[in-house]
Design a protein around this ligand. Structure first.
Ligand code: CO8
Length: 263
């Protein structure tokens, strides 16, 4: 556990070599995100970034009921329009940071992922869910729009018409439906979710960190480019990967019929 004194609303642990687990820890309000929680998450991301041995960041919620049930409605109910905009920008900045972090970020969605919770999960590289997870953007019920990227990321993930249905009805999706629609990669029984997440994280942590970093950059940046330019970028970073110690180790290991040790 890292500096437990520093955080009130989250926990950050290095659970295995190179594998960090960030737990949003406000179970009494179903892990709702207020400004302090966003700030603590931002600081946690800085801690992880500063560790050159970090390989994977897992994000989950405390308890068995919720990942994150949204932005904190009590907090938002007192905000002026400009404060609301600043709060949205705070979340946007953090979520974009997760999306562009040099290591994979995996959401372990262990219950409700609504509003800002669904938006947080969608800003991770991919989502593993427990069988009791529920996803939705219920902001229409509160008289506001999504504000942490929900209209944009949901549309990119499930397509315009399905995103519109979900956004204008505010209905929840089960974990199974979310998987069918491409939002979730795998669904596990609730008690197995963390263990499955750790297993996957350990597998990723054994691969080449530099290759993963460049791959993530290609996938993230390539989405906003036309195919010609995206493929040029891929050739460039492929070439760049030849300058790394991981390339020397990975190819030598193959030729010597042994497992690579990427350190
Ligand atoms: N914010 C604050 N408190 C919450 C939230 C939340 N999002 N969700 C739940 N809580 C609290 C409840 O008020 C309750 O507190 P208390 O025990 O003091 O009454 C406690 O958590 C337990 O919740 P419930 O009793 O309601 O539990 P249920 O099992 O009956 O229901 C639900 C669970 C269905 C998840 C229900 O709590 C619910 O509908 N929550 C709100 C979901 C929601 O609308 N989320 C979207 C919020 S808006 C948003 O996220 C916008 C993001 C962009 C922000 C942009 C910034 C401007």
């Amino acid at each position: 556990m890292l500096d437990p004194e520093t955080f009130n609303n989250i926990l950050l642990e290095q659970v295995r070599d190179g594998v960090y687990l960030l737990t949003i820890n406000r179970p009494k309000v179903l892990n709702a995100l207020n400004a302090q929680t966003l700030e603590e998450m931002n600081n946690a991301v800085s801690t992880v970034t500063a560790d050159k041995g970090a390989r994977v960041l897992l994000i989950t919620g405390s308890g068995e009921k919720a990942f994150v049930a949204g932005a904190d409605i009590a907090h938002m109910s007192n905000l002026s329009p400009l404060e609301g905009k600043a709060f949205a920008e705070h979340g946007m900045h953090l979520f974009r940071r997760l999306e562009t972090l040099g290591i994979p970020v995996v959401a372990l969605v262990n219950g409700y992922a609504l509003g800002g919770g669904c938006e947080l999960a969608m800003s991770c590289d991919f989502i593993l869910a427990s069988d009791n997870a529920k996803f939705g953007q219920p902001e229409v019920n509160l008289g506001v729009t999504p504000g942490f990227g929900g209209t944009q990321r949901l549309t990119r993930l499930v397509g315009t018409s399905m995103a519109m249905e979900l956004l204008v009805t505010g209905r929840n999706m089960s974990a199974e439906e979310a998987m069918q629609r491409g939002l979730v990669n795998h669904v596990y029984p609730q008690p197995q979710l963390l263990e499955e997440g750790l297993k996957l994280a350990s597998m990723i942590a054994g691969k080449s960190g530099t290759a993963i970093q460049l791959t993530k950059e290609l996938v993230q940046r390539g989405q906003d480019l036309d195919l010609d330019n995206a493929c040029i970028m891929e050739s460039d970073l492929f070439g760049l990967s030849f300058s790394t110690p991981d390339r020397a180790e990975g190819m030598a290991a193959f030729l010597e019929s042994r497992k690579p040790n990427f350190g």
